[in-house]
Ligand binder design. Structure first.
Ligand SMILES: C[S@@+](CC[C@H](N)C(=O)[O-])C[C@H]1O[C@@H](n2cnc3c(N)ncnc32)[C@H](O)[C@@H]1O
Length: 486
């Protein structure tokens, strides 16, 4: 069994010490960032105590650890905790402020995928040659048990109160996960791109992959398929300027408010992604169900629910065939996802089926005819006449290629078809991503930024045609209820 002690801090006898400068006689002189002299998948256990905060490139260091680990190998890590700016920055060679969450985030990485098996925050750590005074030790015990009660408590500590008291150290045990998640998503996007080209040419997707000269007399046949492998990397990539942060928070809040009511019932969030809204609603007493087609999004939702102490029932299925009985939910929500569905109309029919007769559906859809999109598009075409612009990047008013239709206010009005009846619409957020808007807000005092964004949002609420997102509320049509499965 190969065990490595990176940095030689454990004083164990059963390990191979690794250090670029000082190594015990049976150790190896090597540096993590320059590459470890071990084969891929060869190491069983790694200890990295007070090492990673020095790494010039943390991602590279984690990738190197992951490379040498076998599937399921454990990596024991101790680092100064970022909540204490003193311990984090007392050493001028430290380069990172680290938290438990920093390591939890590696569960979503592809080339450095680690699951967090265990985590602990320590208020007091013994310093070389000095015992902490008894009062500090006593206080430490109390704070440690408060902070480490469970993962949700650790999250709350790191997020809210930990920085006030300053924890000395984070200790985590990471488990290497090796089997690569299949890249079906990339395949799906490529297939869709091929289909788009094919439709233009009037040939099938399969034929589109063939050389042009071989494509003759073939009729279009391929249909869009549900995307089963959406991942965190497909989410909005930033930059997270004030307009984006406001947009994300306000959309989540408005969706929850539209779905909530004084007496809780059963709620289903279709294409729930990280399931933020239903986690909150479950804490208010709702029986919360989250459904998504992607396993990695469900894992993320599961982790979030655990951290935040919410109880959510998660199901992997597709929106077009919901695995639930007729009339079983009081609320169905779907935020920012309907334009990803291969068959949106089948989803609408399913929503009408699973809703109770007095139930409501809340659908939030991005508006690609918002004020921001319209003016942005107009400005862009005006500018293109006077200067050459880079055409490489997708402008924000063009839907990404994984969208199956272009959401607009007028589209929303027609969403319900024969199955759902529109009860009302409201707009959320104004001018998101408008050129220069986020950067300008960034320069203003925070309170003023917030007031401007709130005021703009209030205007958007009454003018959904102009808003960045349209939230629509629907009830099942009485005349078609009961025929949904026909
Ligand atoms: C942009 S994310 C939105 C996630 C979440 N509603 C939110 O607002 O954070 C789109 C989600 O739709 C899911 N999805 C795409 N097609 C689906 C389908 N046919 N059935 C169920 N989920 C689907 C993806 O896996 C992804 O989690």
């Amino acid at each position: 069994m190969i065990k490595l002690d990176i940095g030689c801090r454990t004083q164990r006898r059963d390990v191979i010490g690794i250090d670029p400068y000082l190594v015990p006689s049976d150790g190896v002189k090597a540096a993590l960032d320059a590459g470890l002299p071990f084969k891929d998948n060869s190491v069983d256990v790694i200890y990295a105590y007070h090492v990673l905060e020095h790494a010039p490139d943390l991602m590279k260091a984690m990738e190197e650890l992951w490379r040498v680990c076998k599937e399921g190998s454990l990596v024991y890590v101790r680092v100064p905790h970022a909540s204490s700016s003193y311990v984090t920055w007392v050493d001028p060679t430290h380069r990172h402020g680290l938290t438990i969450e920093t390591f939890a985030a590696f569960a979503m990485q592809k080339r450095a995928r680690f699951e967090l098996d265990y985590a602990r925050l320590r208020f007091v750590t013994p310093r070389a040659g000095a015992e902490p005074n008894p009062l500090r030790r006593l206080l430490g015990n109390a704070l440690d048990s408060l902070a480490n009660h469970n993962r949700a408590a650790q999250y709350r500590c790191e997020r809210w109160w930990g920085p006030w008291v300053g924890f000395d150290e984070a200790f985590v045990i990471l488990r290497a996960v090796k089997e690569p998640p299949p890249d079906h998503r990339r395949q799906a996007v490529e297939a869709r791109r091929a289909l788009a080209v094919a439709r233009e040419d009037g040939v099938s997707a399969q034929a589109a992959a063939e050389p042009r000269e071989r494509r003759r007399n073939i009729t279009p046949s391929a249909e869009p398929k549900p995307d089963l492998d959406y991942s965190l990397e497909d989410f909005f990539r930033g930059p997270y300027r004030p307009d984006t942060r406001f947009y994300i928070d306000r959309l989540s809040e408005a969706t929850q408010q539209a779905a909530d009511r004084p007496w809780p019932g059963r709620i289903l969030d279709v294409a729930c992604g990280p399931a933020e809204e239903i986690i909150t609603l479950s804490q208010r007493g709702w029986e919360a169900w989250g459904l998504d087609a992607s396993q990695s999004m469900l894992s993320l939702a599961c982790r979030k629910a655990r951290e935040q102490g919410g109880e959510v029932l998660l199901v992997r299925a597709i929106a077009e065939t919901l695995p639930f009985r007729d009339s079983s939910f009081d609320r169905v929500t779907c935020k920012g996802a309907m334009d990803h569905f291969a068959h949106p109309e089948a989803f609408v029919q399913e929503v009408a089926r699973v809703l109770k007769p007095d139930g409501l559906a809340v659908i939030a859809l991005a508006n690609y005819e918002s004020l921001s999109c319209r003016v942005g598009r107009w400005l862009d075409s005006a500018l293109q006449r006077v200067r050459h612009k880079n055409q490489g990047e997708r402008p924000y008013w063009v839907p990404p290629e994984d969208h199956t239709f272009r959401g607009t206010y007028n589209q929303v009005l027609d969403l319900g078809g024969r199955w759902l009846e529109l009860k009302g619409c409201l707009g959320v957020s104004l001018l998101w991503l408008f050129p220069g808007w986020g950067k300008t807000l960034e320069k203003l005092p925070k309170r003023l930024t917030w007031t401007i964004l709130r005021t703009a949002d209030r205007a958007a609420r009454r003018a959904p045609t102009m808003a960045d997102v349209v939230i629509s509320v629907w009830s099942p049509r009485a005349e078609t209820k009961g025929q949904e499965t026909a």
